[in-house]
Design a protein around this ligand. Structure first.
Ligand SMILES: C[S@@+](CC[C@H](N)C(=O)[O-])C[C@H]1O[C@@H](n2cnc3c(N)ncnc32)[C@H](O)[C@@H]1O
Length: 461
């Protein structure tokens, strides 16, 4: 979006945008990951405040529905948009008016609810449950469901989650606290289920030149997703593999309860969610064909001890897919982390909003701001505010693999085109795709190839 776009108070054009169901669907179902679009939406959000002022605020059906869609976007991105002091003052006032009206039984305009929900979760409002007892236009009803009913459902699920191990490690406690506040990632929809896959076939297809011992499992796959967060990857894996039976564990009960609530009925019998610390997971008395640990081990006090715990749960020939931060690829992110530390931004919604704007002003220095992880609060916290992270080099990974009974199967890249491109380059140079010394040299020559994290497969020897 490059030219000045219409705004809600500028009647010309907004009705057309507000009435566009596809535009609203984008706001409701995906995170907007584009700075120009974000800035336009931020301005539009500010204009909406005027529509909610006065004793009897009114807005047409389409404008209210558009406002509700924007509120859902703001919830999905966890209120990451910049907010000015006058906007905050107006919203605090609106919040008091709506809370008073709910308490006294006075009418509340749907547009007032939508505008409030654009700035903070409706669940934070005094008497929020009363919102669920009133009648709203369907778009606003959806916002009340998203921000009041669904969080209440998650709170109810939390108490019943099984706890498989204690959380005894100090770093795990700190990391857990972060993800209790900001479960990761925020997501809305699963991708459509593919036809059921067999892990042996997937590996052969992805890494056709790598020597690999087939698991021989075609009808069932026992899977562990370690550090499953809010469950998106665990659910997509479960719906992808033939006869999947998945255990998905995490430290954070907020993440696990979100994952459980969002589990489609068709997957409910195929996946269990439980709280556990990877540091103690070796003692749970179960074993698996496939373990996924993406973006997790590098947040542990002793990542290699955690990795060893996971290896204890691998059956013979089992496969593990790991995501580990690359020290080379994160050099620029380390600069941003230093800036955040030097300026003392707190890891709160406000601190994160301010840090983002500050980084945006220096965008010419930071390519990583185009990374997908820069557009929701929990992702930014994960990326540049994390309480604990450790970074790795390929030689460190190679030494661990060699010393712990694993064989390296191959790296994965952000998409198939890149995967093919790097594979072709290795073939052209006559290098083996499992030669980690070559990969180390190749990464030094091309420091961006791993987009912040190594993602790779290993097999138990
Ligand atoms: C960046 S998120 C990744 C979530 C998920 N794997 C994904 O890629 O979408 C890291 C997750 O690992 C979990 N985690 C970190 N340390 C852990 C530990 N010691 N045991 C279990 N889970 C852990 C965190 O609670 C958090 O939900």
């Amino acid at each position: 979006m490059t030219s000045p776009a219409p705004r809600p108070n500028a009647p010309q054009g907004i009705a057309e945008i507000a009435a566009d169901p596809y535009f609203r669907a984008v706001l409701e179902n995906t995170v907007v990951r584009d700075w120009a679009f974000e800035r336009w939406l931020t301005t539009v959000r500010g204009d909406f405040i005027d529509l909610a002022q006065g004793d009897e605020p009114r807005a047409g059906g389409d404008v209210t529905a558009f406002g509700a869609a924007l509120a859902r976007q703001c919830w999905i991105n966890e209120y990451v948009f910049a907010e000015s002091a006058p906007e905050r003052a107006a919203i605090d006032q609106l919040k008091r008016r709506v809370a008073d009206a709910l308490a006294s039984g006075a009418p509340v305009a749907p547009i007032a609810v939508a505008v409030l929900a654009m700035y903070e979760p409706l669940g934070a409002l005094d008497g929020a449950d009363k919102l669920t007892q009133r009648q709203w236009p369907s778009a606003v009803e959806e916002v009340v469901t998203q921000q009041v009913r669904e969080p209440a459902e998650e709170a109810a699920l939390r108490a019943a989650l099984p706890r498989l191990t204690p959380i005894a490690d100090g770093v795990s406690e700190q990391v857990r606290a972060q993800y209790e506040e900001n479960p990761y990632p925020r997501w809305v929809r699963l991708s459509a289920p593919p036809p059921p896959m067999v892990l042996d076939d997937l590996i052969r297809h992805q890494f056709p030149t790598t020597p690999f011992r087939p698991l021989g499992k075609r009808d069932t796959h026992d899977i562990l997703v370690a550090g499953c967060g809010t469950g998106r990857i665990a659910l997509e894996i479960t719906q992808s593999f033939a006869g999947a039976r998945t255990l998905a564990i995490d430290l954070s009960l907020a993440s696990l309860s979100a994952a459980k609530r969002k589990t489609p009925v068709a997957l409910k019998d195929k996946i269990e969610f439980a709280q556990a610390d990877i540091m103690s997971i070796g003692s749970i008395g179960r074993d698996f064909d496939y373990i996924n640990a993406g973006g997790v081990l590098h947040h542990m006090g002793d990542p290699l001890a955690g990795w060893r715990e996971l290896i204890k749960l691998m059956r013979p020939n089992a496969l593990m897919q790991i995501g580990l931060y690359s020290a080379h690829a994160r050099e620029e992110i380390n600069e941003a982390r230093k800036l955040v530390a030097a300026r003392g931004y707190p890891a709160t919604a406000d601190g994160i909003r301010q840090a983002r704007q500050d980084l945006f002003a220096r965008r010419q220095h930071f390519n990583f701001m185009t990374l997908r992880d820069f557009f929701t609060t929990s992702e930014v916290r994960d990326l540049i505010f994390h309480v604990h992270e450790q970074q790795f080099t390929i030689p460190e990974i190679r030494d661990f693999i060699d010393g712990n009974g694993l064989s390296f199967i191959g790296f994965e890249f952000a998409n198939q085109a890149l995967h093919q491109q790097h594979r072709a380059e290795f073939q052209r140079r006559g290098w083996s795709l499992t030669d980690l010394a070559r990969w180390d040299a190749y990464e030094r020559d091309n420091p961006d190839i791993f987009a912040n994290m190594y993602v790779f497969w290993v097999q138990k020897r």
